[in-house]
Every structure is written in structure tokens, then in C-alpha cells.
Design a protein around this ligand. Structure first.
Ligand code: R5P
Length: 299
């Protein structure tokens, strides 16, 4: 036991106001410590943004082009992502347990591309998410889809479970082929996810009104990538999204199907975290000797 501390001149810094522990992410100040800490592993506290690399496509479409061998193509670029979005199958089988970046694990699934995609169920228990030490779980929400209510219930049940473990839920707004990705639809879908408890919402970019979509969503919105575009176009979309209020991106094919995936993820990082103009980021990352990532280390 230490001896009694009778020092008369203790320093309590009475004139220094205490840090009120305000949190850097929109709508997130009221969460418990563990959930905030996990969110800070997905989003960089210094920029408030994230570059997530989505590689979960196999959960409904099998070995997607670019993801045939995740160990060969994705593991080398994983350190350049702030967070990976993936399935628990790939996480356990293929991602080294020494991985230190953020992890968001898919928690819904069921139908393949051969069936009605909105007919998903919860596909991961929160106990297993905690066992995997992940920083978030992702669930698809099909607003306007055939199984809209079921997919919303999947999300709300995961949100309840997530609060028990301090694990945030990413609501992913899936847009069916028959639906239009416009401000009206995306505003509806993102707001519903946030209102019903998702701590993060992933949605597509729309050319008109995206700033109103992000403004109307009380939690961080992360831009989804979508089909493969020419690199400069994809960078431009990411740039506009963050300028218009997105807290980062979660891109898959536009990164891992790029002619140089490491150059692309580095360019996306410059656009997202440094607000670098797309053409400059492209020039620096694709035209320089740094193109394969061998000349510099990840953040
Ligand atoms: C999105 O709905 C799913 O999670 C996808 O598997 C993935 O995130 C899509 O990524 P991207 O469209 O950027 O290839």
C-alpha cells in the first residue's frame, strides 16, 4: 500500500475546463465508450472520414472478378484501407490475424444472385462479431424492395444486439434494378436507416442533391462505389461525395478491379482524407514511380 498522501499543494487545474469528450462523428456523441472506440477504428479521428475497401461480394455472387484469390490480390493492399468490409468466412480463412486496420463484417445474407436478393436474413450473431474483434457489422436494407420490412427488421435486431456489445451497425441501402438512385429515394432510404438505429449508413452517390441526402441523415454517410468506372471518374465521384457531406467511401470494384489497385486506393485516400483534386490524386498515384505502392508505406 502507498503511504498516506498528505501533500498540501495538489494541482487540480481549476482554471482548465475539462474536455467534454465531444466526439468527432456526426450524431455519435451519445454512444458508450466501446462503440465510439470502434467507430474511431473505422473512421480516422484526424479527418473524420474513412476509406473502406468492400470485398464482401462473394456472399451473394461467388468469386467476383478481382476477388478470386483474396490472399493474393487483397491482402497486400489491406494496409492502405482504413477498414475492410468483408464476410466472416474470408476474415477467418484469409485475412491475417495480425491485421491492424478497421473491420466491418457482413451480417446479412441468404439469397444468391439466382434468387430474390431482398430475401435476406441475419447471417451473423453479435457474439461471433465480438469474438472476431470487429469494429462494425453491415446489413443490407432494401427500402422499396420485395422484402423491405424483413430487411429493416434484420437491421433493427442487429442494432439491438450491437448495443449490447458496443458494436456499430452499418445500414447498406441496396437499390433494386427497378428503383432510381436519386435524391428522393436515397434520402428516404438513408434517413430510414438512421432513424431506425444504424450508426453509419452506406449509400450511392447521386449527381443531383447528394448534399441534401447527407444533410438529412443524422449519422455519417459513406458513399458506395458501384460498378467499375474509369479511375478518374471514380475518383471524381468520391471527391464530390465527400465535398457534399459524405464521411468517406466504401468502394469495392472501383479499387480491386483497377489496373493498379494499390495506386487506386492511395488515390482515393488522397481525395477523401486530403481533399486533393481527383486529377492531381490520379497523377500522383498512377503516373509516379510510386504506382505499385512499393516506394511508400501505408498511413
Ligand atoms: C453492397 O451492396 C455490397 O456490400 C457489395 O458487396 C459491395 O459493398 C459493393 O461494393 P462495390 O459496389 O463498390 O463493388
Amino acid at each position: 500500500m502507498p503511504e498516506v498522501d498528505l501533500q498540501p499543494n495538489k494541482e487540480f487545474f481549476e482554471n482548465v475546463p475539462p474536455d467534454n469528450q465531444g466526439f468527432f462523428l456526426r450524431g455519435s456523441a451519445g454512444y458508450d465508450w466501446g462503440m465510439k472506440n470502434r467507430l474511431a477504428r473505422i473512421f480516422r479521428p484526424d479527418t473524420g472520414r474513412t476509406v473502406m475497401l468492400a470485398i464482401d461480394h462473394g456472399y451473394f455472387q461467388g468469386p467476383t472478378t478481382g476477388l478470386e484469390r483474396v490472399d493474393v490480390t487483397v491482402v497486400p493492399m489491406a494496409p492502405y484501407a482504413d477498414a475492410l468490409m468483408l464476410t466472416r468466412g474470408i476474415l477467418r480463412s484469409t485475412i491475417p490475424a495480425t491485421h491492424r486496420g478497421g473491420l466491418v463484417v457482413r451480417a446479412s445474407g441468404g439469397p444468391s444472385i439466382l434468387k430474390e436478393l431482398s430475401d435476406e436474413r441475419i447471417a451473423l450473431s453479435m457474439e461471433d462479431a465480438a469474438r472476431l474483434n470487429v469494429h462494425g457489422v453491415a446489413v443490407q436494407v432494401f427500402v422499396g424492395g420485395e422484402h423491405e420490412t424483413q430487411s429493416i427488421e434484420n437491421m433493427t435486431r442487429l442494432v439491438d444486439a450491437g448495443y449490447r456489445f458496443g458494436i456499430p451497425v452499418v445500414g447498406v441501402t441496396a437499390v433494386g434494378k427497378e428503383l432510381v438512385r436519386d435524391e428522393r429515394y436515397l434520402g428516404l432510404a438513408t434517413r430510414m436507416c438512421a432513424e431506425l438505429g444504424a450508426q453509419v449508413v452506406k449509400t450511392y452517390y447521386c449527381e443531383k442533391g447528394f448534399a441534401r441526402v447527407t444533410a438529412g441523415c443524422p449519422v455519417p454517410v459513406v458513399m458506395a462505389g458501384g460498378k467499375k468506372l474509369p479511375e478518374l471518374e471514380a475518383l471524381t465521384m468520391a471527391y464530390r461525395a465527400v465535398q457534399e457531406g459524405a464521411a468517406g467511401v466504401d468502394m469495392g470494384r472501383n479499387i480491386f478491379q483497377s489496373k493498379s489497385p494499390i495506386a487506386m486506393i492511395k488515390a482515393v485516400g488522397k481525395v477523401v482524407h486530403e481533399a486533393m483534386k481527383p486529377a492531381e490524386a490520379f497523377e500522383i498515384c498512377f503516373q509516379s514511380r510510386d504506382v505499385d505502392g512499393s516506394m511508400s508505406s501505408p498511413r
